[in-house]
Design a protein around this ligand. Sequence first.
Ligand SMILES: [Zn+2]
Length: 74
Amino acid sequence: MKVMFVNLKSELTVCKDLLTRLGNKTIRTRTECNCPHTQNRRDAVVAYKTDTILCFVIRCKACKKFWEETANDR
Ligand SMILES: [Zn+2]
C-alpha cells in the first residue's frame, strides 16, 4: 500500500479523479499523518479495489515536505 502526501485540497480532488479514472474505488476520509504530537485528522483520499487498499493520499504540508526531502532514501 502506498502513502502519498499533497499540500492542497484541490490536489486531493485531482488525485481522486485520476484514481477513479484508473478503475479504482475512492473515498474521502480523515486520517492521521506522520506528524508527531498532533491530534489533527488530515483530509485524505483512499483508493481501493475489491477488498485491497491501494493507496492513501493525505493532505499535510509538513509530511509532503519531508516526503520529498527523503525521496532518494526510498
Ligand atoms: Zn503530517
